[in-house]
Design a binder for this molecule. Structure first.
Ligand SMILES: Nc1ncnc2c1ncn2[C@@H]1O[C@H](COP(=O)(O)OP(=O)(O)O)[C@@H](O)[C@H]1O
Ligand SMILES: [Mg+2]
Length: 270
């Protein structure tokens, strides 16, 4: 079942040149894909290829210049008011830097209760308990609910960001380089957490990353972006084992140690 469908999504940014001349730059160019219920679709590509701009458009944090966005068969491209609030309850984002996306002056409890208040989900008296439950679900000590983000490590802070995304029980979670800034060992733990949460709740991920080894562990399908376009989209198995696009092949070649087995098969073929 298709959860989200993007068609012809395009984002052009306008800038002013030195003489006031208007210059247009196409950051995302006719991007189309679907996200199926319960799957993890990875979006990979080098820095500047348009991944975050695509993420912002499908999360409706930014309007596309062109193109359409459907969620559960409903056109949400221009959704406002109640339709937009419904969309926000279904689609959540986890960003790369937890510290800049969490209000430093709010306690974890307050951070986790905010979406419940906004969506009117848990009754007033049970919000505190709900926040503690969310902390437990992401492996944080609920006794720390009155601490501030700065009192947590990077990995723990990212768990808070994940808990906040899950507070409204979304159907799609967009992770924009959500583990990229973490140390390798912490990264592995957070990826394991993301996988467990998906097993428990059955939601979908759009998982944006530039680290292909990470993508391989978590995604069923992969879209490869280059210069604002999707140059390849297929199952993880197919894209890694038999990339059809030259850019994908270059991207794969730049990461020599994905795993020994894959490396061996790759060497055998060439
Ligand atoms: N708000 C903006 N105004 C102008 N240019 C932008 C803006 N956001 C992103 N860009 C440009 O769009 C391109 C794609 O950026 P981005 O989507 O952040 O790529 P990625 O996430 O793949 O690194 C880059 O060249 C970036 O400089
Ligand atoms: Mg980005």
């Amino acid at each position: 079942m298709t959860l989200l469908r993007a068609e012809g999504l395009t984002k052009r940014f306008v800038s002013r040149g030195p003489l006031g001349a208007r210059a247009e730059f196409t950051a995302v160019d006719q991007v189309g894909f679907e996200v199926r219920l319960g799957e993890t679709l990875a979006v990979v590509g080098e820095s500047g290829s348009g991944k975050s701009t695509t993420a912002r458009m499908i999360a409706k944090l930014m309007d596309p210049t062109e193109g359409t966005l459907e969620f559960e068969g409903e056109d949400v491209t221009h959704a406002k008011g109640a339709a937009l609030a419904r969309f926000r309850a279904n689609v959540q984002v986890v960003f790369q830097d937890p510290f800049s996306s969490l209000n430093p002056r709010h306690t974890v409890e307050r951070i986790l209760m905010a979406p419940l208040v906004y969506q009117g989900i848990a009754p007033r008296g049970s919000r505190r308990a709900h926040a503690k439950e969310l902390m437990e679900r992401v492996g944080l000590d609920p006794d720390h609910s009155l601490r501030y983000p700065a009192q947590f490590s990077g990995g723990q802070a990212q768990r808070i960001g994940i808990a906040r995304a899950l507070a409204v029980n979304p159907k799609l979670v967009i992770c924009d380089e959500a583990v990229s800034a973490l140390d390798v060992s912490v990264q592995a733990q957070v990826i394991e957490l993301l996988r467990r949460l998906q097993r428990e709740s059955g939601f979908s991920y759009v998982f944006i990353a530039h680290d292909l080894a990470v993508v391989r562990q978590i995604a069923q399908r992969v879209a490869v972006m280059s210069e604002g376009r999707i140059v390849e989209l297929g199952t993880t198995e197919q894209v890694f084992a038999d990339p059809r696009d030259a850019y994908t092949r270059a991207l794969l070649a730049a990461v020599p140690r994905i795993d020994p087995e894959w490396d061996r098969r790759r060497r055998e073929r060439s």
